[in-house]
Design a protein around this ligand. Structure first.
Ligand SMILES: [Zn+2]
Length: 421
């Protein structure tokens, strides 16, 4: 007897097929069958008639507790935004981080995100929230060299975090090393981070060439951009998750391809902070794995990956409507995200994690034949009806397991405290 069967939906496997009136069987946190008929019986059966059944979305770059700062520094360019946010961040207590992280996972569960890559501080709190909420995440404890501790202490504490939490929560939590950027960490520091990541067989999550200022600073400091510097010290590889990658030359794109680096596109944040447009169509054309992320809600305003998909699609269509079809955008938010996090998810197929969402198709915006286009261009997080992570139902028929009122009250109290200071 299986744990769960989802019957009767339009199954979008993200593995080549859309199966009408399909069946997905889940056992022990994994998908065991995807197809038309299954004899199997299960403890729980979900009737998915009128719904799309698809892999949960993957937010490959965010700073979860920054939900606290949503709208706090709007209408500012990157440098001024940072100047306003950073002093306020320094005041956050572990309890504040916990409240912000809970608000973040609640928003994700309600909008159909089942896994995310996160980088922030007081990360033990974030890890506990992931563990308690049932979400899946790849967590990195952020590192800015020289901030608060000396390098030895910092690297030791980050390694402790990474080792302590990797594989926790039945494997739902994995960890990464998370140096903030090549501009905020020295070459020597980054070399030590790479050594640790290789030693512990963990990935590295960092911001790369997000702003023109980073490009200018690196050229002044090293005579080369961040990507060339990272490449020169043997830092780049398939284990690296490079967020943003806005200010790239064609040579940089070649390096990213040669080294199999995973890039995370964060269009809403890039637009909000006026930093520019990442050359995503070029990177995809070169065969680079490009995933999608919201970045923190303080810059993007939302952790809803449906909005992020739509933003990505239209941002690049502005220059050329042919370059980024809906199917590619959906891949960025599922398959490519899973590859970036290094998890067996992002598609519905046997052996993969049972991270599954149901979209309510009985709505006007879905009354058309091209399901993929309707989802990418017409859906919002409000259309997600059911969210399942690791085979456990976190939201069913729009009702979440978490205490929504308490989570929003707790977060509101932190927000009031921060904005009144
Ligand atoms: Zn970021």
């Amino acid at each position: 007897m299986a744990d769960l069967i989802i019957r009767g939906g339009r199954v979008l496997t993200m593995d080549g097929a859309i199966i009408d009136n399909g069946v997905v069987v889940v056992d022990n946190g994994l998908i065991t069958f995807v197809g038309r008929n299954a004899d199997e019986k299960a403890d729980k059966v979900i009737d998915a008639k009128g719904c799309a059944v698809m892999p949960g979305l993957i937010n490959a770059h965010t700073h979860l507790p920054m939900t606290i700062f949503r709208g706090f520094a709007d209408d500012l360019p990157y440098d001024k935004w940072t100047k306003k946010i950073q002093p306020a961040e320094m005041k956050l207590t572990p309890a504040d981080i916990r409240a912000g992280a809970y608000l973040g996972v609640l928003e994700m569960i309600k909008t159909g995100t089942t896994a995310f890559a996160d980088m922030y501080f007081h990360m033990d709190e974030v890890a506990e929230v992931v563990q308690e909420s049932g979400m899946r995440a790849a967590l990195g404890y952020g590192m800015i060299e020289g901030l608060n501790e000396d390098s030895d202490t910092k690297l030791k504490s980050r390694a402790n975090f990474a080792i302590k939490w990797n594989g926790a929560a039945n494997g739902r939590i994995t960890t990464m090393y998370a140096p903030h950027s090549a501009a905020s960490c020295s070459k020597e520091f980054l070399e030590r981070v790479k050594e640790l990541a290789v030693r512990d067989n963990l990935r590295i999550h960092m911001h790369v060439l997000e702003t023109e200022n980073e490009l200018k600073l690196m050229k002044k400091r090293y005579g080369m951009c961040s990507i060339n510097l990272l490449n020169s010290i043997g830092f780049l590889g398939q284990d690296v998750l490079a967020a943003h990658c806005v200010w790239l030359s064609d040579d940089d794109i070649d390096i990213l391809k040669t080294q199999n680096v995973n890039v995370v596109h964060c269009p809403a944040s890039n637009m909000a902070l006026g930093v520019g447009t990442a050359p995503v169509p070029k990177m995809l054309e070169r065969g680079i794995n490009v995933a999608l992320g919201t970045d923190g809600a303080a810059s993007s305003g939302s952790l809803d990956m449906w909005k992020e998909m739509r933003t990505a699609s239209y941002l690049h269509k502005l220059k050329d409507p042919q370059v980024l079809p809906a199917s590619k955008v959906l891949e960025m938010a599922t398959v490519n995200g899973a590859r970036t996090l290094g998890i067996n998810a992002g598609a519905l197929k046997p052996g993969f994690a049972a991270d599954i969402i149901l979209i309510d198709l009985k709505k006007p915006q879905f009354t058309l034949s091209n399901l993929t286009s309707a989802l990418v261009h017409g859906a919002s997080g409000c259309d997600v009806k059911t969210t399942i992570v690791d085979g456990k139902i976190l939201m069913e028929d729009y009702r979440v397991e978490l205490d929504e009122e308490k989570i929003m009250d707790d977060a509101r109290n932190v927000i009031l405290k921060i904005t009144n200071n």
